[in-house]
Design a protein around this ligand. Structure first.
Ligand code: DQA
Length: 145
């Protein structure tokens, strides 16, 4: 099984940006954690990050051409603005789980909208970086259905 993990803008600054909200783990800690978990689960994983909306769209398209079985996406701020990411996830038809490190439901009003959510099989929010691992579990279960 192949899983692609896609991270949106500012997540490269994990550990530096607002640690009271996003924690002290760095982006590299996150990548290590995901790679280690994938290894234990026996799945292939690739972890990508971009600060650019169009590049995130390209990552999703690439998942289609490289026959990825499941996508974990934290679109970060583009969650709340991007119809392009929604359309891309719909276009490729790959099971996708939306992840947020913080609990967006308890934050500002503008974070209550998620465009991409409508194309996702589940949303995991407020579980810190463990949410990525939970998302991978959901995709592994989905694959076995
Ligand atoms: C986030 C929540 C978003 O509202 C925010 O813009 C982010 C990170 C999260 O992981 O909690 O950049 O997606």
């Amino acid at each position: 099984m192949k899983i692609l993990v896609i991270n949106g803008p500012n997540l490269n600054l994990l550990g530096v940006r607002e640690p009271s909200i996003y924690g002290r783990e760095t982006y590299f800690d996150l990548v290590d954690k995901i790679n280690g978990y994938a290894n234990r689960c026996g799945v292939d994983v690739e972890v990508l990050q971009s600060n650019h909306e169009g590049e995130l769209v390209d990552f999703i398209h690439r998942a289609y051409y490289t026959k990825v079985d499941g996508i974990v996406i934290n679109p970060a701020a583009y969650t709340h603005t991007s119809v392009a990411l929604l359309d891309a996830v719909k276009a490729v038809g790959i099971p996708t789980v939306e992840v947020h490190i913080s609990d967006v439901s308890k934050r500002e009003d503008f974070r209550q909208i998620s465009f991409v959510r409508a194309a996702c099989i589940a949303t995991i929010s407020g579980k810190g970086t463990d949410g990525y691992l939970e998302a991978m579990d959901l995709l592994i279960k989905e694959q076995k259905k």
